[in-house]
Write a protein that binds this ligand. Structure first.
Ligand SMILES: NC(=O)c1ccc[n+]([C@@H]2O[C@H](COP(=O)([O-])OP(=O)(O)OC[C@H]3O[C@@H](n4cnc5c(N)ncnc54)[C@H](O)[C@@H]3O)[C@@H](O)[C@H]2O)c1
Length: 322
């Protein structure tokens, strides 16, 4: 499969490392309006791609089967849409889109054209987190009271320095992917606030999100782009779960990779391998991004709530083949 990478910023290194480890993929072009970023990425990994500033520019220079969309979140929908419209498969960074109608449009288009559409959801598929969720479900019953803190520092904030509501837009989606594993009842309402703390750094901001669920469960999330590493949590979050007669806590074990190499590759690499496996599946190709639509429904409600400063009902994801 010939891949065009669109967006050559901080996360692109992680993708290129994983893709280069998979002999089924060849990177034929790098696209970024910042050509220095694209050239630096190629030099770092010894790539010899075509360089372009747009997808049509790349397609004029190089062959492609699949687009890897690593642009800032508000570009995910237009970039993925234009790739699908040109008959290319799409692997995209999270979030799939910033609202449910756009995400549904991408899923419809991928299905209509028989193309793969897959979105990164590394936190919600972390094997340790899934094991924690299994423990919760085997030992307790809904309704749950769940809190999660995710306070993250960034060496290079990139697009986040100019992003409106950067925590809700970029970070909270991980927690939405995760909480859906713990609470399976439909979410009903979201109350979200986000306040920039620009006196710390241009991208600093703190968000709170409260989600009510149909079974009475409650989830409260506090996310932030902070500055002092001494105060950070793991990006996987610090989770507390209570139900009647049950209490548990989870945060990623920073020594896991060292202590348990047999645990296999990290969730990030596993997600990319699963995406490439899906690309090589027999037709019709699956549209795994459809499974992520409930997270986009939460994101949609959270962004609306933060913008209008009021509680917002969670839009319903249509059943069936969407
Ligand atoms: N899954 C994860 O754990 C994880 C971690 C970090 C980032 N991400 C996601 O990856 C994406 C990129 O994040 P990042 O940290 O690399 O950001 P970044 O700001 O470092 O990089 C973004 C790049 O996109 C480029 N770009 C901007 N407009 C473009 C356009 N029209 N066409 C092509 N390229 C364009 C920028 O020039 C920049 O090089 C975001 O969606 C973010 O949410 C995911």
């Amino acid at each position: 499969m010939k891949a065009v990478i669109i967006g050559c910023g901080a996360i692109a290194s992680r993708w290129v490392r994983s893709l280069l480890a998979d002999r089924r993929v060849e990177i034929t072009a790098l696209v970024d309006p910042d050509q220095q970023a694209a050239q630096a990425l190629a030099a770092r990994y010894g790539l010899n791609p075509a360089f372009a500033t747009t997808l049509p520019g790349a397609l004029a220079l190089a062959e492609a089967d699949v687009v890897v969309n690593l642009t800032p979140p508000e570009l995910h929908y237009p970039v993925s849409r234009s790739a699908l419209a040109q008959g290319l498969h799409v692997l995209t960074e999270k979030p799939l889109a910033l609202n449910l109608p756009d995400a549904l449009d991408l899923v419809h288009l991928a299905r209509e054209r028989g193309l793969l559409l897959a979105v990164m959801h590394n936190r919600g598929t972390d094997p340790d987190f899934l094991a924690f969720a299994d423990t919760v479900h085997s030992r307790s019953r809904a309704p749950f009271a769940i809190t999660a803190d995710s306070l993250v520092t960034l060496p290079g904030p990139g697009f986040r320095a100019g992003q409106h509501l950067p925590v809700t837009t970029d970070l909270a989606i991980h927690a939405f992917d995760q909480v859906r594993v713990l609470i399976t009842a439909p979410p009903t309402e979201v109350i979200c606030t986000e306040t920039a703390t620009g006196f710390l750094a241009a991208h600093s901001s703190i968000a709170t999100v409260t989600v009510h669920f149909a079974d009475g469960s409650l989830f409260t999330y506090r996310g932030g782009y902070i500055v002092d590493p001494a105060l950070r949590t793991d990006a996987g979050g610090d989770w507390r779960v209570e139900s009647r007669g049950f209490a548990a806590r989870w945060t990623p074990d920073p020594h896991r990779a060292r202590n348990a190499p047999e645990a296999g590759p990290p969730a990030y690499q596993r997600c990319i391998t699963a995406m490439v496996d899906a690309l090589h599946q027999d037709h019709p190709l699956p549209v795994p991004a459809a499974d992520n639509l409930p997270s986009i429904a939460l994101l949609d409600a959270a962004l609306t709530s933060a913008a209008h400063r009021r509680p917002v009902p969670v839009p319903e994801v249509p059943h069936g083949r969407h």
